[in-house]
Design a protein around this ligand. Structure first.
Ligand SMILES: [Zn+2]
Length: 326
């Protein structure tokens, strides 16, 4: 059953009873089978977390848990984010997106829209459960906002103190701390209705590896080491975006953003024998100046060009600058 949570639009639909063909899906939020999350235990933990965080006490929340939890099914079915297909245990995902906005924790797809914490019951959840989630997440949002402010202040202080140390890091050490990925999104027009502008839906994440550098080369090249057929969703989507992101210390920085790009028209036609190498327009972000190229080769199935490799070229100084920003 497709459900749109209060305050969101159709592009953010979740499937509350997905067909999973009997396979076990490990929930990335719990690292357990997505079908094996104990509802009452999870909410009890969130309640304790909220109460331990400060002065929050909700007689209503406690009453909901005490009155209803025994009647809730021990296991809620997993949910699947319809746009990207990622599967999660229901309550951990709901809690996450009700606190921080709707986006997929795996691929970051989704509108990032705020879910309305109105307490009117949702028919697909057992009685009392949505109201309890709303109460818990109202508290969680204020706690998140406070934590973000405190963290910003702490990071600013640390950066001032640590800046010389970061600069002194060897470049090879910096690279070991960073993981680089290419995230592709398609713009699916109509996903949010005719009136609203279409928004990107992440369809593909590629890990990028550092190409060994020759002694003569000053450039740093990250490449997708795969020969996987990467472009079919893009070709179907027509308009796409690719972002190169760096992860370190559980944080993410965007190094390059193509914004909206048309799938190249010359790559749609029947292919010749030689691969195509196409530059992708876009801008470096957060000091991560660089250039992105796509390599297209013949698709064995329909003899059209498909995107086969991604190359991101940048400089040691740009990587250092981004790293210092973490
Ligand atoms: Zn996803």
């Amino acid at each position: 059953m497709l459900v749109v949570l209060p305050g969101l639009q159709a592009g953010d639909a979740i499937d509350t009873q997905p067909e999973l063909a009997g396979r076990v899906h490990v929930c990335p939020l719990t690292l357990y089978d997505a079908a094996e999350c104990d509802s009452a235990a999870f909410l009890q933990e969130m309640m304790l977390l909220a109460e331990a965080a400060g002065t929050w006490r909700s007689v209503r929340a406690r009453a909901l848990l005490d009155t209803h939890a025994a009647h809730w099914p021990a296991r809620l079915p997993p949910v699947r984010i319809e746009a990207c297909g990622h599967v999660f245990a229901a309550l951990p995902l709901l809690y996450l997106v009700m606190d921080g906005g709707f986006r997929c924790p795996m691929c970051r797809g989704g509108s990032h829209g705020a879910i309305s914490l109105q307490r009117a019951a949702l028919p697909w959840l057992p009685p009392g459960l949505w109201e309890l989630l709303c109460l818990l997440c109202t508290e969680a949002r204020s706690r998140t906002a406070q934590a973000a402010q405190a963290e910003n202040e702490a990071v600013a202080r640390e950066m001032q103190a640590a800046a010389p140390a970061v600069r002194a890091l060897l470049f090879s050490e910096v690279l070991q701390e960073l993981s680089i990925r290419a995230i592709f999104s398609i713009y699916r027009s109509g996903a949010h209705g005719a009136a609203a502008p279409d928004s990107p839906i992440s369809v593909m994440v590629l890990d990028m590896q550092l190409r060994p550098r020759g002694a003569a080369s000053a450039a740093v090249v990250f490449e997708s080491g795969t020969s996987r057929h990467v472009s079919r969703p893009l070709r179907l989507g027509g308009v796409f975006a690719v972002r190169i992101v760096a992860n370190a210390y559980e944080q993410t920085r965007i190094l390059f953003d193509s914004h909206r790009v048309e799938y190249p028209s010359h790559a749609r036609g029947a292919c010749g024998d030689s691969p195509l190498d196409v530059g992708v327009p876009g801008e470096g972000v957060a000091g991560g100046a660089g250039a992105l190229r796509m390599q297209y080769a013949a698709c064995p199935f329909d003899h059209l060009y498909f995107m086969k490799r991604v190359e991101f070229t940048t400089s040691p100084a740009a990587v250092q600058a981004v790293f210092a920003d973490f």
